[in-house]
Design a protein around this ligand. Structure first.
Ligand code: GLA
Length: 754
């Protein structure tokens, strides 16, 4: 890995075994992207790749050749107003509202080992300077006394470039940022598909793929959180890219607030990608000598398909974005009481759930919503983080002790960012809620949102939550956020700084997370937002796992976990077995199918174990025992999407995926047949990631009883890696189908090198 500076040609070459990223200085001294792709020889010079020529209607700068028109050149941090009519990376307005036309010219640069840490924003990091090299380009607009630093980091072991920007006011007067993207990538072709992950509550991150067309296409959030509607991630792929071949660029924003990801196909077959804080509603007053830092953007390049992109980003996010004691540790098998009791429980009920769960082998009991204030439904008490003595007369500490005495760890649900209008906290501090107490405030799930942009609110929450965490043996926290933000203004900000609110809100959330995770490093945090409404890389920097979705139906989870898996590792995905009929969709699926799907994540149960029959309890006991033996593989193995249906989104009738251990000695393959088929033919399922020369002992476990043992056993026995990779597992046949005798059948294959 190296970052080279060729002074004569004014060219920077970020180079490792997987990637070249080449920046050159244009005739106006602005930096441009000459190339991103497979590694090119570090000996070569590539500045000529930024082509331009004189065209009708071209504009040009006095003193520069007429052929040099900003509309056609691939600038690294473009601005508007000098002939580039595509969306800009930066927009500024003067103190008195005058739009500023800014020329960002190269002034200096710095190349250094490692990667600096950020004070406020979450970001990837290095544990040693040898893991990455960084480049900072210092750009300047002298007339307006603005400095822009473009920061790049190339990781040694990954085709990943991290980018972010610092904007500094070196003048004496303030100006306003109207847009300050984290990165722009100007690609020299329009031949890309855009894959992204839209959704809603209960159906988060379903993969969609669309052809880029001329003009602007955009996704984003203006909800005050990254949201389930769109995820701050997208892939730009050559049209025939598959899991195993083809070129793609993954783009991921390490941010949990309002974001946008834009792609603009220009009139001459170029594509501009941009990502960062959503400019809609954003403005930031940058006073003299102040610096604004953007969130970090990650670009992952692959020439070998989506699978390769996934493996690199999974490793980076799980090892160098997540942090703390839980980063590399196997996650406990939990039982959560939410769907077992909702708000209606007492200590006796909780203890008997915990007792049964312990008996089945669970390791962590999580007490969900309803344990505080007068919280018997969702209309009250958020903010009153005192135990509800009617439900838990002996207090939280006593309950936690009784649970830990059973041999289970104890975990707790909180929703710190919220306040119910019917709460003591609101009665005392009505001004702490977002919006004005004198004006209409929109409710969401009957609750208001605390103004996390105010330091007194963050301080109060830190003291209150710390008090709870110190009061009882708590080893896990589920941190929820159950509504989006309306009336996005703050009583703590002057009128001309109100556009800062949404970003300041999320900075406040990060501040609280940082303080709590530092003060309680032994606690495992799981982020949650009405399921997976804030499942993003910003959150993963503090909470190494997130509740993937409130929808725990095994069949719906195929699409959700499929889409989520493109960027986020299985260790980050909370995945539980819940009761049937499923509480979200009413579907009845086999208990083993529910477990097989949830195995590929941070596994647990979300049901009342006391309601299970003895036969079901035996199955759950077996599931937990099995998972304990294999969880290192499920949580930290390389994840391969094998079969997702015709549209490749996990919605097919047959869905299959697998995990392979880093040493390739163990693997587990899941096959789900959504609807039973009459008299099907045979099919092959080639496996991936195995060592071709190893002999693997293959075993299969069906989710439902078997009629034709022979068909099932066909795959079992000692099979070489090459046969499993080139021929694969045998699926289908009437015997296969006959065994399942019903919908939602599934099979889990395990492979162990012999
Ligand atoms: C959200 C979460 C659920 C549960 C409830 C409690 O919806 O996603 O898992 O914790 O809140 O109110």
């Amino acid at each position: 890995m190296a970052i080279l500076w060729h002074r004569e040609e004014k060219e920077f070459h970020l180079h490792n075994d997987y990637l070249s990223y080449i920046i050159t200085l244009l005739p106006d001294d602005s930096p441009a992207l000459a190339y991103i792709g497979r590694p090119l020889s570090p000996e070569g010079r590539y500045g000529r790749l930024t082509l331009f020529e004189d065209r009708a209607l071209s504009t040009h700068q006095p003193g520069l050749p007429p052929s040099f028109c900003l509309e056609y050149v691939p600038r690294e941090y473009p601005t508007y107003g000098r002939g580039d009519f595509r969306f800009p990376a930066l927009e500024l307005v003067s103190e008195n509202g005058m739009p500023l036309v800014v020329d960002l010219q190269y002034r200096a640069h710095r190349i250094y080992n490692g990667k600096p840490c950020l004070d406020e924003l979450p970001a990837t990091y290095c544990e040693s300077d040898a893991e990455a090299e960084s480049l900072t380009l210092v750009l300047e607009d002298r007339a307006h006394q603005i400095e822009v630093h473009l920061h790049y980091t190339l990781f040694a072991e990954h085709p990943i470039v991290a980018r972010r920007v610092s904007i500094h006011n070196s003048g004496s007067k303030p100006f306003y940022l109207k847009r300050a993207l984290s990165a722009v990538l100007d690609l020299d072709s329009a031949d890309w598909d855009m894959l992204h992950f839209p959704g809603a509550w209960g159906r988060e991150r379903h993969l969609v793929c669309k052809l880029l067309v001329p003009g602007l296409q955009s996704i984003g959030s203006s909800r005050g959180s990254s949201s389930a509607q769109h995820n701050p991630s997208a892939i730009f792929a050559r049209p025939n890219t598959s899991e195993t071949s083809g070129e793609a660029i993954g783009a991921l924003l390490v941010y949990s607030g309002n974001f946008s990801i834009d792609a603009e196909v220009g009139s001459h077959g170029t594509t501009r990608l941009g990502l960062g804080i959503n400019p809609f509603g954003f403005s930031w007053k940058l006073k003299s000598a102040e610096t604004f830092e953007t969130p970090e953007a990650l670009f992952v390049y692959t020439a070998q398909g989506f699978g390769d992109m996934t493996h690199h980003i999974h490793r980076l996010l799980s090892r160098r974005l997540s942090r703390g004691q839980w980063r590399d540790r196997e996650r406990p098998i939990l039982i959560n009481n939410w769907e077992a009791t909702y708000f209606h429980f007492d200590e006796h009920k909780l203890l008997s759930i915990a007792h049964s769960a312990k008996d089945l082998g669970a390791e962590l009991f999580v007490l969900d919503d309803g344990w505080f204030g007068r919280r018997n439904d969702d209309t009250s008490s958020l903010g009153d983080w005192m135990v509800n003595r009617e439900k838990l007369p002996e207090g939280l500490e006593s309950l936690a002790r009784k649970i830990t005495d059973l041999g289970l760890s104890f975990g707790l649900w909180i929703e710190p960012e919220m306040v119910s209008p019917d709460s003591d906290l609101y009665r005392k501090h009505p001004d702490w809620a977002i919006g004005s107490p004198l004006e209409k405030r929109t409710l969401g799930r009957n609750q208001l949102v605390l103004d996390m942009s105010r330091s007194e609110v963050v301080d109060y929450l830190f003291d209150t939550i710390s008090g709870i965490l110190s009061s009882a043996p708590i080893s896990y926290i589920k941190w929820d956020m159950n509504r989006h933000i309306t009336e996005p203004v703050s009583a703590g900000l002057p009128p001309d700084e109100q556009g800062e609110f949404s970003h300041r809100y999320i900075l406040g959330v990060y501040r609280l997370y940082r303080r709590l995770t530092q003060a309680f490093p032994h606690i495992l945090f799981e982020s949650c937002s009405a399921g997976g409404n804030r499942f993003d890389a910003g959150m993963l920097a503090f909470a190494p796992q997130a509740w993937t979705s409130d929808d725990s139906d095994a069949i719906e989870r195929l699409k959700i976990q499929w889409g989520t898996s493109f960027f986020y590792p299985p260790s980050a995905m909370g995945a539980h077995v819940s009761a049937v009929p499923n509480h979200q969709v009413g579907r009845i699926t086999p208990l083993w199918t529910r477990a097989f799907v949830a195995f590929f994540g941070a596994f647990g149960y979300e049901l009342d174990p006391e309601k299970l029959t003895e036969a079901e309890k035996a199955e759950v006991r077996e599931q937990i025992a099995f998972y304990k033996q294999w969880r290192g593989l499920f949580q930290f193995g390389d994840f391969y999407r094998l079969e997702g249906g015709r549209s490749g989104d996990g919605s097919g009738n047959c869905v299959a995926w697998m995990s392979v251990s880093e040493d390739r000695r163990r693997a587990a393959v899941l096959v789900v047949q959504v609807l039973a088929q009459p008299n099907p033919g045979f099919s092959r399922l080639p496996l991936r990631g195995l060592d071709l020369s190893f002999n693997y002992q293959v075993r299969v476990r069906p989710a439902v009883p078997v009629k034709n043992e022979a068909a099932l056993r066909y795959n079992e026995g000692l099979r070489r890696g090459d046969e499993l990779a080139y021929v694969g597992l045998l699926l289908g046949g009437d015997g296969w189908n006959g065994v399942s005798r019903g919908d939602f059948a599934s099979w889990l294959f395990t492979l162990e090198a012999y």
